[in-house]
Design a protein around this ligand. Sequence first.
Ligand code: FEO
Length: 401
Amino acid sequence: MKPLEIKSGVFWIGAIDWNRRNFHGYSKAHKGTTYNNFLIKDEKIALVDTVPEEFWGTLQCNIAHTLDKEEKIDYFIINHLEPDHAGCLALAVEKYRPEKIYTSPMGQKAMQTYFHYEDWPVEVVPTGAEISLGKRTLTFVETRMLHWPDAMLTYCPEEKIAFTNDAFGQNWATSERWADEVERFTLEDLMKQYYANILLPFSPIVLKTLKALGEMNLDIEMICPDHGLMFRGDDCKWVMEKYIEFAQQKPKNKAVIVFDTMWHSTEKMALAVATGLADAGVSVRVMDMKNNHHSDVMSEIFDAAAVVIGSPTHNNGILPLMADMLTYMKGLRPQNKVGAAIGSFGWSGECIKILTQWLEDMKMEVVPPVKVKNAPTHDDLRQCYEQGQAIAEAIKAKLDG
Ligand code: FEO
């Protein structure tokens, strides 16, 4: 895609990664992604962020199309050092020889350890620092742990644009650039998936940062994240309110049953629990780990009030795909959930003890488990059904409370 002038003298010069499906090595991006970065042309010309190294050709091309022959880039603004945004930094420093590279205090430390530079003209810009481009100024706000310690936001008061890096992003490769040009349901779903898999553990910081930004009274007409669609006009308020909603993690009347199974016993139990939940009016998702990626499961768990985890006992432990799921889920620190365990066993039967420990470690409100030897009987499945109903009661109490 060619550069887009989003305001007079301010250009989107990003790259579209249409067929990206593996995002950062651990999460799915079913609709691809974009790496948005920007060029601001003033008396001084500033490049805001770069793109992954594999898009170095695209970046050079977009810069060449945006600058006149005699123009050069004076400043680099590096909001975040993760390689999807700073991947071209060393190549760009070599080629464009900027007068200054501005980054946050933690950004400077990350830059040093990523690039081991000796003579780059790096200048640290803590929260409140301001630089002039001529007619425009840029001010900086550190957004530590959104989602790395180095993250910062760059704000241009004259243009009323906030360049927010990962915050407010979504993985969606599109030919459209603005949120008001695409279908809203899909946009919101992709924002939710991105939040659930990347920003969720930092929800308390999201709330604190949004509050601090509100108190700064920044006049914002455009929010330009580094992934996906950008927001303008009323959508700026909409996306900030969405983030407050996400960060509050208020659960819905919904349960996710996630399990792995060997000979279908745990699967039969999962389906009986699902029926108990559904009969009690809870919206249910049943997801087995052989057919679902852990990031897709997490996107569903994000707004659910309850999680049921299931595995048979295997080698005195649980099945490895469930161990993967639980490690991933625990790291994302979901809050306000009811939890329950189910599983079958042949002889030693440790699965329930192990699964319950995971639920307790995640500080879930635990409903009594169901454990079955070999294949479930009709009575065993009735117990599973009743567990579903008990979970529904716990969800109701949570939502009413
Ligand atoms: Fe989009 Fe934290 O990288």
